[in-house]
Design a protein around this ligand. Structure first.
Ligand code: CTP
Length: 406
């Protein structure tokens, strides 16, 4: 994927700069045309000559020095690059980059570049955790800069913690990813997350234990795979991912309304929301005062949104979830068929390491032909990737089930 690509590596002044020699070498071996730009401080750690020998190209350091036949170095190298990798990125460099300061060749080049940028921070844990650094990283992320999280381990300053530069092979893999337009490029995916909130009165509601973690991870994974993602979220305990359109709803009725507005235009729906099956028939307009010893609420059935989508679907892929506490396979299979889904993700919410509010899940994917994939306990983010991988395959193969295949 990196063959023929023009990669500009910006090396800043951190001890991990030596690891970038291997990064440059790997990129060169994979067929990329690599140029290196160093800050003055970086040259204290590694000689420009080392990078020059490895890449076969002159290394730029000085703003006004010999820039190896480039007339305006910061513009020409910014134009040359298909992507820029900044590694290691010091706290100082991140701060300058976040605020558009350009006081040397590298900061100026980065500001003049509208291509993809991958930043690999490396520093002392306290510097990394400092709210100033974290805020700068947030600014960069919000502008579409990809940040490679530092690894945890022994640091050059003699301490141990988060802040190590990841291994060269990981940096190269991450760089490859930014050229991958993704398995869902050009696809529109609708994901629902969290629990619906059904009003009792202006103060109270009927809710459920869904945290929205799984749905948010799925939305994130779909966006990373290149899809245009809409996340319709009920009550969630986590931050929705960036780069997705978020529509917040409360009730099942509202969630249905928002889903139906865009259902025709999407390629797949992944319904991970915990939709309340019942709502209060007549929510009180004013706060209910305690009076009698008991209070009776009349509940009426909510629409089964997924079932309705199953009857409406044309070419869309439909994925459901079944959060069960017993007879998981039987109940989930019944939902898979009755709701006309392509596959269903089932899990036992009472199992340790699965279910609500935990970052892991133990799930099975059940297919229409009876095939069952049982996964071990894994992070919700990993399960999300598996789900997205399968949705992408289905969209790719156009293995659609006939309409009304119930
Ligand atoms: N679902 C939905 N609308 C509802 C209830 C559920 O769209 N009113 C969706 C969920 O988002 C999930 C799937 O249907 O993807 C299965 O939900 P679940 O609550 O497990 O099943 P129910 O059909 O509600 O059946 P039961 O509660 O009786 O187990």
């Amino acid at each position: 994927m990196l063959a023929e690509k023009n990669i500009l590596i910006g090396v800043t002044g951190g001890i991990a700069a030596y690891k970038i020699v291997e990064v440059a070498s790997r990129l060169k071996k994979s067929g990329a045309n690599v140029r290196v730009m160093m800050t003055k401080n970086a040259t204290e750690f590694v000689s420009p000559r080392t990078f020059q020998e490895i890449t076969g190209n002159a290394v730029s350091v000085e703003m006004f020095g010999d820039a190896a036949n480039f007339h305006v170095a910061h513009i020409s190298l910014a134009d040359f690059a298909d992507a820029i990798l900044i590694a290691p990125a010091t706290a100082n460099f991140l701060a300058k980059m976040a605020h558009g300061i350009c006081d040397d060749l590298l900061t100026t080049t980065v500001l003049a570049c509208d291509k993809k940028i991958l930043v690999s921070p490396s520093m002392n844990t306290k510097m990394f955790d400092n709210p100033a650094t974290q805020a700068n990283l947030e600014i960069l992320k919000s502008r579409g800069v990809k940040i490679l999280e530092p690894a945890t381990g022994n640091l050059a300053c003699g301490t141990s913690g988060k802040g190590r530069l990841p291994e060269p092979i990981e940096i190269c893999a991450e760089l490859e990813k930014i050229f991958d337009s993704g398995t869902l490029a050009g696809k529109k995916i609708l994901v629902t997350a969290g629990g619906t909130v059904e009003a009792i009165d202006p103060v109270r509601y009927i809710g459920n234990r869904s945290s929205g973690r799984m749905g948010c991870e799925i939305a994130k994974s779909a966006a990373e795979a290149g899809a245009e993602v809409t996340l319709i979220a009920g009550k969630i305990e986590v931050e929705p991912p960036k780069n997705v359109t978020v529509i917040r709803v409360e009730s099942a009725i509202k969630m249905r309304e928002e889903i139906l507005k865009i259902f025709d235009s999407v390629d797949a729906v992944i319904m991970s929301a915990a939709v309340a099956d019942f709502r209060v028939k007549n929510p009180a307009a004013q706060k209910i005062k305690k009076s009698d010893e008991t209070l009776t609420l009349e509940l009426v059935k909510n629409p089964d949104i997924l079932r309705e989508l199953g009857t409406l679907k044309k070419n869309q892929i439909l994925v459901g979830f079944a959060a069960e506490t017993q007879n998981i396979l039987d109940y989930a299979t019944k939902k898979l068929v009755e709701k006309n889904l392509n596959f269903i993700v089932a899990n036992d919410v009472t199992a340790e390491g699965a279910g609500f509010s935990v970052p892991t899940n133990i799930a099975s994917i059940i297919w229409r032909d009876g095939n069952v994939e049982n996964f071990p306990k894994m992070k919700k983010s990993e399960l999300a990737e598996k789900i997205i991988e399968r949705v992408a395959n289905l969209l790719d193969e156009k293995k659609f089930f006939p309409v009304n295949d119930v």
